[in-house]
Design a protein. Structure first.
Length: 470
């Protein structure tokens, strides 16, 4: 069976809730209406009894009804009030006076019943051929002390008829109201779902080739707007990731195509024009170097992919910054000497940071490798370490070529190189600075560059300083 749609479910829910509330209102109204009708009836009986008591007088020690027969208003009241009326001797059970309707009902009591009625007092309901009649009972005493029971009654049939009409009306109106509520609920649900429908249409129009589209907002800042904002934020993140993937794919294709073309060209030349085995060996040696570069670039790419997917964990340790810098400088000392570049570093004692030592070493290697590549012979590379109470600074300053001002905002992007032709002469794939930035930020730090063309560059690393024991 096909499940109901959201609009149908909302309509059913609205109709069910409305029906439940309507039923509760009906039963509550019925109960209150019945109570009010009975209260009005009891109040009317009390008023009649109170009024009739003023017309009862005793003659020969017996109660009789006396009123001015010329007073039409009094006569009408007494006649209406005494439709169901009788006075009974409580001791003998003798009916002293009785209305014609009571005579027709033939309602009489034995002394025991009268004594029970007298003790209970209040009102009593009796089932008769004319329906249920409620009597209000009150005791009167003659001057000689004789007790009489005065009973004034009224029929409960009008109350029951009113309640029955109320119920019949409710059972006619409630289904009509439920149907009307269902129609209104269907309409309201459709109106409430229109913004979601517009969002669905807008989302359907967003293609992978064009992720710039966004879902519309109603401006009400309600749940639908919050949903659209959440989707828009997700789309923005997806657009950014897809853009980076496209840039990465294009850059990879570009970076791999050039060395592969060079390798192919060298191989073809060797096959066609090599005159000796030594020339072929020279070509193979050059190609092995290119293969090493390609291998390093692929390793860097794989590491970046693992990093972005959360597949890399860090072994955080307290690391002495001075010792870490010294170890990396020892690695580059021979290369710097061969290029005629001076390395300057005076370690600062007791500067520690909480990092993974291998990854910090990789950051320093990338930065020093770039500094040596872009510093001319006779130049200088100076490393300085310092700290505040919470931050450790590592500054690497070279006297090299510098970076153009328009390139500085982009140098930490993948495959970006300020001068591609010059960069190819020194090698590299443009991944080192991007990799270094990711490592520093993952350790809670930042990396920044200041540079001036032909006057060198300064890279500043900021890392949290380790305090206390670890």
């Amino acid at each position: 069976m096909k499940p109901l749609g959201l609009r149908s479910r909302l309509t059913l829910l609205y109709s069910a809730v409305f029906t439940l509330l309507l039923a509760i209102v009906f039963f509550a109204s019925y109960f209150l209406f019945r109570k009010q009708l009975e209260a009005d009836l009891n109040h009317d009986l009390s008023d009649r009894m109170e009024a009739l008591r003023g017309y009862i007088e005793f003659e020969n020690n017996k109660p009789v009804m006396k009123f001015d027969t010329n007073d039409s208003e009094a006569g009408l009241f007494v006649r209406n009030a005494t439709r169901y009326f009788q006075i009974t001797n409580l001791e003998t059970g003798e009916i002293v006076t009785q209305s014609p309707e009571m005579q027709l009902l033939g309602l009489s009591f034995v002394p025991e019943e009268l004594q029970l009625i007298d003790r209970e007092s209040g009102s009593t309901d009796f089932e008769t051929e004319d329906g249920t009649i409620r009597f209000l009972d009150e005791k009167v005493v003659s001057p000689s002390g004789q007790k009489y029971l005065v009973q004034v009654g009224t029929s409960l049939e009008p109350v029951r008829l009113a309640l029955r009409r109320f119920g019949e009306l409710a059972f006619v109106l409630i289904p009509f109201a439920v149907v009307l509520a269902a129609v209104a609920g269907w309409s309201f649900a459709g109106g409430a779902l229109n913004p979601i429908r517009r969002i669905a249409h807008a989302a359907h129009d967003i293609e992978p080739s064009n992720l710039t589209g966004r879902l519309p907002l109603t401006g009400a800042n309600d749940e639908v707007d919050q949903l659209a904002v959440t989707f828009n934020e997700a789309l923005a993140r997806i657009e950014k990731v897809v853009g980076e993937l496209r840039q990465l794919s294009g850059s990879m294709a570009h970076e791999l195509r050039t060395p592969l073309a060079a390798l192919r060209g060298e191989a073809e030349l060797a096959l066609l024009h090599a005159r000796s085995l030594d020339e072929v060996k020279d070509v193979l040696i050059n190609q092995l170097e290119e293969f090493d570069k390609l291998s390093r670039m692929i390793d860097q790419l794989l590491t970046l992919v693992r990093a972005e997917s959360g597949g890399i964990t860090f072994d955080l340790q307290r690391v002495d910054v001075g010792q870490a810098v010294t170890a990396v400088l020892d690695t580059f000392a021979l290369m710097a000497t061969m290029r005629g570049i001076s390395l300057e570093f005076v370690p600062t004692a007791n500067l520690t940071t909480l990092v993974d030592p291998q990854w910090l070493e990789l950051v320093l290697i990338n930065l020093l490798d770039n500094a040596i590549k872009y510093t001319s012979p006779g130049g200088t590379i100076a490393i300085q370490t310092m700290a505040t109470s919470s931050v450790v600074f590592i500054e690497i300053t070279d006297s090299g070529q510098g970076i153009p001002s328009d390139a500085i905002p982009h140098i930490f992007e993948r495959f970006y190189r300020a001068d591609p032709s010059r960069s190819r002469q020194v090698g590299g794939a443009g991944l080192g600075l991007s990799f270094a930035k990711w490592i520093v930020e993952e350790h809670g730090g930042t990396i920044h560059v200041n540079s001036e063309l032909d006057h060198g560059s300064t890279f500043t690393i900021r890392l949290p300083r380790a305090t206390g024991s670890c």
